[in-house]
Write a protein that binds this ligand. Structure first.
Ligand code: 13P
Length: 249
């Protein structure tokens, strides 16, 4: 069965002082019943990996380049992430799709490179408010899923995060039915494309305003295997109850 995953995306938040949150979290979960992943900003990756070296929290990047190396000022390669102790990377977050004009094709190229480097890829998908109102959300998600996910994906190196753009940082969340509809749809699509074995082993996360007080309800939804958490992953005291809700789900 799929092992559940609680993942934190710190986005562009945190300097060295934030590492104490990781220490607190790591000490509180020496033997977690779910997988734990924290994706701090690139500047903290090496120190975060060291902080968590003796514990069970995995560390991941928030992006990587599609090329393995070369003249790409300011970018980070998958091998560089591995080199500092990261074992995962978030790709195609809506903030990068919007702020850095990343297309699903770009995301697929990055994911192919990251998977080849041995990283677990957390590929993000999600519709905007306008798209939800104007079109069939499942059409948007289906297109993003098929274009963003590379053929090299397996149950070990692929995690898909459904993050409706309008739910990110807004305090709004879809209804349980809306989340379940998208997650069931993604599961069916993955099973069709990769076969039942791989399709059923890929973990599907929900992301967008997950908080301690709504985590239990979200984790009870079918095909929700965990969460990708932004704001509430920054403080151990907020992330901790979310992890415990997932352990109890
Ligand atoms: P929030 O949990 O702050 O809404 O962010 C979700 C997100 O974008 C995680 O990648």
């Amino acid at each position: 069965m799929r092992r559940k995953l609680a993942a934190g995306n710190w986005k562009m938040n945190g300097t060295s002082a934030a590492l104490s949150e990781l220490t607190t979290l790591s000490d509180a979960h020496p033997d977690p019943g779910v997988d734990l992943l924290i994706c701090p900003p690139a500047t903290l990756l090496a120190a975060a990996a060291q902080t968590c070296a003796s514990g069970r929290i995995r560390i991941g990047g928030q992006d990587c380049h599609e090329q393995t190396d070369g003249a790409h000022t300011g970018d980070i390669s998958a091998a560089m992430l591995r080199d500092v102790g990261a074992t995962a990377v978030i790709l195609g977050h809506s903030e990068r799709r919007a702020g850095h004009h990343e297309t699903s094709e770009d995301v697929r190229a990055k994911a192919r490179t990251a998977q080849a480097a041995g990283l677990m890829t957390v590929i993000c998908l999600g519709e905007s408010q306008l798209q939800r109102e104007a079109t069939n959300t499942l059409d948007i998600i289906g297109a993003q899923l098929s274009l963003s996910v590379p053929d090299s994906s397996t149950g070990e190196n692929l995690v898909v995060a459904y993050e409706p753009i309008w739910a990110i940082g807004s305090g709004l969340t879809p209804t349980a039915d809306q989340i379940g509809e998208v997650h069931d749809f993604m599961r069916t699509r993955l099973e069709k494309r990769f076969g039942a074995g791989v399709g059923r082993s890929v973990r599907l996360l929900y992301g967008g305003s997950v908080k301690p007080d709504n985590a239990e309800e979200i984790f009870a939804i079918s095909n929700v295997d965990g969460a990708l958490v932004g704001g509430a992953s920054l403080k151990a005291s907020d992330f901790d109850p979310i992890i415990r809700a997932l352990e109890g789900a």
